[in-house]
Design a protein around this ligand. Structure first.
Ligand code: WTA
Length: 654
């Protein structure tokens, strides 16, 4: 970031309903800090409570036993559907835009209510009870929304697994939460390609005793093997059920869902979110961050397999009675004009996507954008990784024609909702900065020693200073790991794992992960997970994975691999192919290394710890910035690494 870029400022645009601008933000923000209980008590009134809570927030980051809206009773499906029936039964709740651009479906709130009720009754008839886990392995089809809301309706906990994950990844997640039912489809369709979801599910659930039923959505016409007694077609089961099911009274602190995400260790963790605080926060942020107004058509292009889809395709927008688009396809199918075509077709006012998609589309040229009418657009959002100022400018100029507010929203699976972000009509924008904290959020920057960096013009690790309603409450089955991961590094603070700078204006600039988590195309992957997979190959003795700057993906995956003695004569192309295949099989295609570099040895300290800093610098071509290498057990390893990298660069120019 150059000083010049940091000084580029675009003044806030006038937004009806946001006339208070920055002054109002400051007053509201200060109120949220001075008396959080009073502030959130007021905000929580936006939901329907069956029974009032008797305290707003209990606990802090020293005890880490945080409760929001304790003893309050509510139901998420009721808040997202039933309460809207009075005024908007016929309004479209979900526009489903299928893979085939000629195919879309409008689902009204009344229809959503019927579908969700029927599905809830089907789950109950299959023995699913309050607190049971339901694993959802579905592509972006309406049944995915119906199933998650049906779980919420009866108090079952859903665990959605992104449909690009492998059988092994799915299996690990089903085992960890001991799911009783798995919901999948015969096949998925994405970008004209078919994904054999049922086959993958069969492999994943084999021999898992907890799985009593596999429900299969018929997305395509293809027949699949159905195991008698275990597998059922969802449409056949639905036909047996009534379209009415009462919404269970849930406690504000009852679990709503588990979502697995990667951390620094080999095993993904099941981040657990609860009911009252999560819905209050996602619905409030959806309104304020996107400047949502009655009548808006809202399009978040994420996949519901990630947290963005949970919070900002389904729960936040539906709690607000919005019309939300579910998009089954990819930004490049059938051509790079797809997003803009969807925006024109449905007159989208708010569009939310990831920097990687913006970069990929910018690379295709602006002519694709020009083909469609985008005059309905008002707000453009990004999430998932730091957005480089060039991509930001392209989004602002070419897509938004300098008319739209860009909201660069920083948050995490664990935070449940958007934490640092601009708000339309409120603050000035700086390309590349997530700008200012949302109400109730207290960012704290600490240095390596854990000392809080006060004032502006400071940088360090980003922490959060006090609880907020949608924070994760635990890691499923491993509370100790939750405390260890987030609350032990800096006592009394939630540690995000991100590096951060606060500039002279108090604006926040997220600089990326400071732990061993990679953000590849906005997907979170642990280096340890990928290494464990690579090391499973019989050719490989050990490996180290680091991130490197990648033009489209933001971060690319660079794997250094050392061969087993008896495999040393293997053709490097074969090694590369088999490593990539291995990772696809174990985790999924998203985790496949972009570069596989054969090396003789890895740089290790005398105690055997791999010095990743050196590997990162080499992957970035920064041979002269390796820092001190004298603490390596064998400093000569470094020369071998550089030679191997140089040879690779010569063979792969660009
Ligand atoms: C990164 C996605 C910079 C960050 C909602 C975080 C971002 C991780 C931004 C969480 C942003 C997300 N600017 N970095 N606007 N948004 N990140 O759990 O490193 O998939 O820790 O949640 O993505 O990724 P996750």
């Amino acid at each position: 970031m150059t000083a010049h870029e940091e000084k580029t400022v675009y003044p806030a645009k006038a937004e009806p309903g946001q006339s208070g601008g920055m002054a109002e933000y400051q007053a509201e923000y200060e109120a949220s800090q001075a008396d959080p209980a009073a502030f959130w008590d007021k905000i929580a009134q936006r939901l329907d409570w069956f029974h009032p809570y008797n305290s707003v927030c209990q606990g802090d980051f020293h005890s880490v036993a945080v409760n929001w809206f304790a003893n309050g009773k509510l139901n998420v499906a009721h808040n997202c559907i039933d309460r809207h029936l009075k005024d908007r039964a016929d309004q479209t709740a979900i526009i489903w835009e299928a893979d085939d651009p000629a195919d879309n479906r409008h689902i009204s709130y009344a229809e959503l209510h019927r579908e969700v009720c029927r599905l809830a009754n089907t789950l109950t008839a299959s023995g699913v009870r309050r607190g049971d886990r339901v694993c959802i392995y579905l592509p972006m089809i309406p049944e995915l929304a119906f199933t998650m809301l049906a779980c919420a309706r009866i108090g079952a906990i859903h665990s959605i697994v992104f449909a690009g994950f492998s059988a092994d990844s799915l299996r690990d997640r089903i085992l960890d939460c001991q799911a009783k039912v798995v919901v999948t489809a015969n096949e998925g369709l994405r970008g004209g390609r078919v994904i054999a979801l049922k086959q993958i599910t069969d492999k994943a659930v084999e021999g898992i005793a907890s799985v009593e039923k596999v429900m299969v959505v018929r997305r395509t016409e293809v027949e699949v093997e159905m195991k008698p007694g275990r597998d059922v077609w969802l449409h056949e089961e639905l036909a047996k059920e009534r379209a009415y099911c009462p919404a269970t009274w849930m406690d504000a602190e009852d679990p709503l869902f588990i979502l697995y995400t990667s951390g620094s260790t080999g095993k993904p963790k099941g981040v657990l979110h609860t009911t009252g605080g999560y819905l209050t926060y996602t619905s409030f942020t959806h309104e304020r961050v996107f400047g949502y107004r009655e009548g808006d058509i809202y399009f978040c292009a994420a996949d519901i397999g990630w947290v963005t889809g949970h919070s900002y395709i389904i729960y936040g927008p539906l709690a607000n009675g919005a019309t939300t688009i579910m998009f089954e396809s990819t930004p490049l199918y059938p051509d790079p004009g797809r997003y803009w075509e969807v925006i024109e077709r449905h007159k989208v006012s708010i569009f939310y996507t990831a920097p990687t998609a913006i970069r990929a589309l910018a690379a295709e040229g602006s002519s694709w954008v020009e083909k469609s009418d985008r005059s309905s657009l008002r707000v453009l959002g990004t999430v998932g990784e730091p957005i480089n100022p060039e991509a930001w400018e392209w989004y602002y100029r070419e897509v938004g024609k300098e008319r739209c507010t860009i909201v660069d929203t920083w948050w995490q699976t664990e935070t449940g909702g958007i934490m640092i972000t601009p708000q339309p009509g409120v603050n000035d924008l700086k390309p590349g900065s997530a700008t200012l904290p949302f109400y109730g959020i207290q960012p704290v920057i600490v240095n390596e020693k854990g000392e809080v960096q006060e004032g502006n013009g400071v940088s360090g690790h980003l922490c959060i200073g006090r609880p907020w309603p949608s924070m994760a409450r635990t890691i499923w089955g491993d509370h100790e790991r939750y405390l260890q991961t987030y609350f032990s590094t800096y006592k009394g603070y939630y540690f995000t794992g991100d590096g951060c700078r606060r500039d002279d204006d108090g604006y926040y600039w997220i600089t990326g992960r400071v732990d061993d988590v990679l953000n590849v195309s906005g997907h979170r992957l642990g280096t340890a997970e990928i290494e464990a997979s690579i090391n499973g190959s019989e050719l490989i003795s050990e490996s180290a994975v680091v991130g490197y700057p990648h033009k489209i993906k933001g971060t690319g995956i660079f794997a250094y691999v050392v061969l087993n003695r008896d495999a040393e004569s293997t053709d490097p192309d074969v090694v590369e192919f088999s490593v990539r295949e291995q990772v696809s099989r174990d985790i999924g295609k998203i985790a496949r290394p972009d570069v596989v570099l054969l090396v003789k040895g890895l740089p290790k300290t005398r105690s055997g710890k791999i010095m990743r800093r050196i590997l990162r610098k080499i992957a970035e071509h920064e041979y002269k910035k390796l820092g001190n290498t004298s603490t390596l057990a064998d400093p000569s390893v470094v020369e071998g690494l550089i030679e191997a990298h140089q040879a690779f660069v010569e063979a792969n120019p660009g």
